[in-house]
Design a protein. Structure first.
Length: 277
């Protein structure tokens, strides 16, 4: 049995991961801004579940959640940074407040969680950090640029963290889901800035409209995604990145092809800038 610490555990992929981990006999410290929403899904109160109130923007609450988890289970083996939300709006249309609020949760919330949990994993010289990113953090699109930027930041954090923790026996993986049929595109997990600048109707407008139509029709099965995430912690050599869903694979492959094509096209310009001997 391993012990999981999951943020954003009350709904969506976080809730699916909690259920899959519990079904496999693991213990789970499930955190959410309102832990009662987690408990509502488990009226039988399984022994392996500890639901704790913790807003990832409040370091003190995370510290209390970690203390409660250690008091109950004695260790933490897997940390799942899942708490986060989406934001729709062209870059210029997005207010400073909306952008900062997004980064407070999607980026600084992850940093807060890492500061609270990593001392335990380092002391144990073991563990696995799973940062739930998005394919939009590898290849973003018009109208989702700020959300993508928050997940791009998570990519950078994860890459560096991977190198920092590997010598200590702690593994790091960033998970890049595509579209899964959760409530992510609903009002609880997606915020939308007003389309206030007409010039962006052509560039950002189609994506805004597509996201509305896409809600409830995403191709991915959250239960299958949760199984893949839990499976990831059971392999000897987990990857730094794991894409989830055919749509995620397609978008990553398309960007890799574009980057390779541009790199080849502009290689001579890049290489000609070296200082001559």
């Amino acid at each position: 049995m391993s012990i999981w610490f999951v943020t954003g555990a009350s709904r969506g992929l976080g809730a699916a991961i909690v259920r899959e981990a519990l079904d496999r006999g693991h213990g789970v410290i499930a955190t959410a801004r309102d832990a009662s929403a987690v408990l509502a899904a488990y009226p039988d109160r399984p022994d392996g579940l500890l639901a704790v109130d913790a807003d990832v923007t409040e370091p003190g609450q995370l510290a209390i959640a970690v203390e409660a988890g250690l008091a109950r289970f004695g260790r933490i083996d897997v940390v799942v940074n899942n708490a986060g939300y989406g934001l729709v709006g062209a870059i210029e249309e997005t207010s400073d407040r909306a952008a900062r609020d997004l980064f407070d949760v999607n980026v600084f919330g992850v940093l807060n969680t890492l500061r609270a949990t990593l001392p335990t994993l380092r002391d144990q010289r073991s563990g696995h950090v799973l940062n739930i990113g998005s394919v939009g953090g590898f290849a973003t699109a018009p109208a989702t640029g700020l959300y993508g930027a928050s997940k791009f930041a998570l990519e950078g954090i994860s890459e560096a963290l991977h190198g920092e923790l590997a010598p200590l026996g702690v593994r790091v993986t960033i998970v890049e889901p595509g579209g899964f049929r959760t409530d992510f595109l609903g009002g609880s997990s997606l915020r939308t800035e007003p389309a206030s600048i007409a010039d962006y109707a052509e560039g950002a407008g189609p994506v805004r409209e597509a996201l509305v139509r896409y809600d409830g029709h995403q191709p991915g099965d959250p239960a299958k995604a949760a199984r893949a995430v839990v499976d990831l912690t059971e392999v000897a050599e987990p990857p730094l990145r794991l894409q989830l869903g055919a749509d995620a694979v397609e978008r990553v492959e398309a960007k890799l092809e574009l980057v390779r094509r541009e790199l080849d096209q502009w290689r001579e310009v890049a290489l000609a800038l070296s200082t001559s001997a």
